[in-house]
Design a protein around this ligand. Structure first.
Ligand code: FAD
Length: 220
């Protein structure tokens, strides 16, 4: 039936009535709906507040670095769990990744030299051949992080009609499956077994997930 996409349009309020979602406000307009999926990334807690429900998570700043293209060197994606560093080589030959450092700045989205140096050091320890490569670009952004680093995915029990997609620190990797599972939950009312562990209320039930492949620290 098609979709309508509105760029640069802020959700300013979420309407609820008789204990369930009834609509969303975008600018001056109200859109009536009985199903809503706030997917606001780092703004997820604010959107949950608009809906009047709690959400376990917080915004976190990440930086990434891309090196100039080179001949194939790194086959699989590599994560150095002890150094909190990860990288992979793209089809264009760029080595792209990042490293976690506790001293990173919190109040800017500018690339940061200490983070750049820590990333370069971690890259070199693993692949000394990268010492000859130049840095192509370095950038920062905000993600939404849950207490166990797993996504927060599925119906929010406190408000029927509200489905959450948040807590994505590796959202590009998870998005295709998340979209399919959420659609199944909304349209068919079926919670896929692969989505169930990431339920939004899992912390209340002491059912945190273990994400062994995550290379992040809880630097808030
Ligand atoms: C430096 C860096 C490197 C990364 N590297 C990787 C990687 O290699 N692999 C990987 O899988 N992931 C990576 N990620 C994480 C990935 O970018 C996120 O997990 C992913 O973008 C999350 O998708 P999302 O749609 O949930 O949120 P976002 O992409 O953050 O999108 C949320 C959107 O909601 C909008 N929004 C917020 N509030 C409102 C509102 N009130 N009204 C309307 N719109 C609103 C925002 O403007 C934004 O466009 C990286 C992130 C960073 C910062």
């Amino acid at each position: 039936r098609g979709v309508s996409i509105r760029y640069r349009t802020e959700v300013s309020a979420i309407d609820r009535s008789a204990g369930r979602v009834t609509g969303v406000r975008v600018g001056e307009q109200r859109i009536a709906t009985d199903t809503l999926v706030p997917a606001g990334g780092a703004e997820s807690n604010r959107l949950a507040q608009l809906a009047g429900v709690p959400l376990d998570g917080y915004p976190m700043r990440l930086e990434a670095m891309a090196l100039e293209p080179m001949r194939p060197l790194i086959g699989p994606a590599v994560a150095l769990l002890d150094r909190l560093c990860y990288m992979h080589q793209t089809a264009r030959g760029e080595v792209v990744g990042g490293a976690e450092v506790a001293e990173r700045p919190q109040n800017t989205l500018n690339a940061d030299v200490p983070v750049m140096a820590a990333t370069a050091k971690a890259y070199l320890e693993m692949f000394p051949q990268l010492g000859r490569a130049r840095i192509l670009r370095q950038w920062a952004g905000l993600v939404h992080i849950s207490k166990d680093f797993g996504p927060l995915l599925g119906a929010h029990n406190a408000l029927p009609g509200l489905f959450i997609s948040a807590g994505w620190c590796y959202g590009h990797a998870g998005a295709p499956a998340a979209g399919e599972f959420l659609a199944k939950a909304i349209v068919k009312g079926v919670v896929d077994e692969r989505m169930r562990p990431f339920a939004v209320d899992r912390f209340e039930r002491n059912q945190a997930v273990v994400e062994p492949g995550i290379v992040l620290s809880h630097f808030e």
